[in-house]
Design a protein around this ligand. Structure first.
Ligand SMILES: NC(=O)c1ccc[n+]([C@@H]2O[C@H](COP(=O)([O-])OP(=O)(O)OC[C@H]3O[C@@H](n4cnc5c(N)ncnc54)[C@H](OP(=O)(O)O)[C@@H]3O)[C@@H](O)[C@H]2O)c1
Length: 437
């Protein structure tokens, strides 16, 4: 078999991840040929502002910078495009045009895949090109390839994880140091874990994109961002975390995807998770993805979910795979794996246990009033704990429900909130439980 000795790639973007990919490819330079039988060379680097980007490169490589996409697209020697500009519009154009021009594409772009994945996978398949995206979910942690390859002999029933480092850092600080949300967010911003505009992280949108991708890959059925119910961590308080801890649980922002008998459940939500579950001890900015399959049973993948070099590690792994496929003339080997059409359930039809914190009048008959509302709405109560009274007239109670339908608990809570004896519904947080618990 005749092998190309040099494969040329173009890097689109020289920001956090693009800069990391440049460094990792450089650090692998002397071994790439031994690993792959071929050298990989970056022939062009696309940025908007070449002057600004020049400072990130040694002098001898500054000539690689360009702000002309056409220059890359029209270059027949460039066979791999590594898209790391992020966002939707420009990235989608670059990827589509690259695939149509017969180039392979590697990307870390979760925003794009969670919305337009199908279109791009179809394009890759039509053109028999590789389109790989390992870094789009949980940065440096291998999870897409394990699901598509190593675990392909399973029917996966659950994939869930801590897939956003910023929110995990905030919740860890709230838990370990008793900080309130705002204080922990300010610390995350100071330390560079949170972006200037942290909305996508703290409101759960970033995790929602990853859930859409994970569910699609794990259950072989397309799930898009709009299918995912999303709730962030802004309402979680230090008190919720303390009470959860007293009950032997941590509160984590979980991205959950379940393949149930009547459809896929896909959501992002802060959840109480028992300290016996391995995800409960994933702290700071670390990420982890926990999967359950009918053959493998439980498996967990842990590591750095973002950052310059961890994310570049996943991108470069994909680039190496593309090069191997080129060498063996087997590009497009593992394309889109969504060959089923499983409906995605509405959030109101999902089942969970719930932690409720209520401030109520401290008098006889209140508990009976509450339990009758729960019973009327098919919410079975597993536990009621009375906390120390804040004043003579007021009591705080914590209710833990059995596994109930989301729509039923929401209805019960709206009714409870109107009761005269209820001063405030302070919290409603889902509690992770296995499907049969
Ligand atoms: N950061 C992480 O830890 C991480 C982890 C996993 C996945 N990702 C994904 O990786 C991708 C890149 O993220 P990042 O954090 O590296 O972003 P970033 O630091 O903002 O870098 C973006 C780069 O792309 C260039 N760029 C932006 N729009 C462009 C356009 N229209 N044409 C040409 N160049 C353009 C920018 O150049 P100028 O500076 O000249 O504008 C910059 O060099 C995103 O899809 C992100 O979701 C990131």
């Amino acid at each position: 078999m005749e092998q190309e000795k040099i494969v040329y790639a173009a890097l689109l973007g020289l920001g956090t991840v693009g800069g990391g990919v440049y460094k990792v490819l450089k650090s692998q330079e002397s071994e790439t040929e031994k690993k792959l039988g071929t050298q990989i060379k970056i022939k062009k680097i696309l940025v908007r502002n070449t002057e600004k980007a020049a400072g990130k490169l040694p002098e001898e490589d500054r000539g690689l910078l360009t702000n002309s996409w056409e220059e890359i697209l029209q270059d027949p020697e460039i066979s791999i495009v590594i898209e790391l500009v992020g966002g939707i519009k420009a990235a989608k154009t670059y990827i589509s045009e690259a695939l149509q021009a017969g180039k392979h594409v590697v990307t870390a772009n979760k925003d794009l895949i969670a919305v337009h994945g199908k279109e791009l996978f179809d394009l890759a398949e039509e053109n028999n090109r590789d389109f790989l995206f390992e870094a789009a979910v949980a940065g440096g942690i291998p999870i897409i390839r394990p699901l598509k390859q190593c675990l392909a002999g399973n029917h996966m029933t659950e994939v869930m994880g801590i897939v956003n480092g910023t929110t995990n850092f905030i919740l860890t600080k709230m838990s370990q140091e008793g900080m309130e949300f705002e204080e922990a967010l300010a610390l995350a911003t100071d330390l560079g874990y949170a972006e200037a505009d942290p909305t996508a992280d703290i409101e759960g949108i970033d995790a929602g994109r990853k859930v859409a991708i994970l569910a699609s890959v794990a259950f072989n059925s397309r799930v898009v961002l709009d299918d995912v119910y999303i709730e962030g961590i802004t309402k979680i308080t230090a008190t919720d975390i303390r009470y959860a801890s007293e009950m032997g649980c941590a509160i984590k922002l979980l991205g959950v995807a379940r393949n149930t008998q009547d459809g896929i459940e896909a959501y992002v939500s802060p959840m109480l998770i028992p300290s016996s579950h391995p995800l409960s001890s994933v702290n700071d900015s670390y990420n982890a993805v926990f999967v359950h399959g009918d053959a493998v049973e439980d498996a967990m993948f842990f590591g750095r979910g973002a950052g310059e070099l961890p994310t570049a590690s996943a991108v470069v792994g994909d680039v190496f795979d593309v090069v191997r496929n080129m060498s063996y003339n087997c590009s497009g080997r593992i394309s889109c794996t969504c060959y089923k059409q499983i409906p995605v359930k509405k959030m109101e039809d999902t089942y969970n246990r719930f932690f409720l914190r209520l401030r109520v009048e401290d008098r006889c008959g209140v508990l009976a009033e509450l339990t009758s509302v729960f019973a009327k709405n098919h919410v079975s109560v597993a536990q009621i704990i009375q906390k120390d009274a804040k004043s003579k007239e007021e009591a705080e109670i914590v209710v833990i429900t059995s596994r109930v339908r989301e729509g039923d608990i929401q209805k019960a809570l709206s009714e409870i909130a109107t009761k005269e004896c209820v001063r405030k519904v302070s919290a409603m947080i889902r509690v992770y439980a296995k499907e049969n618990e």
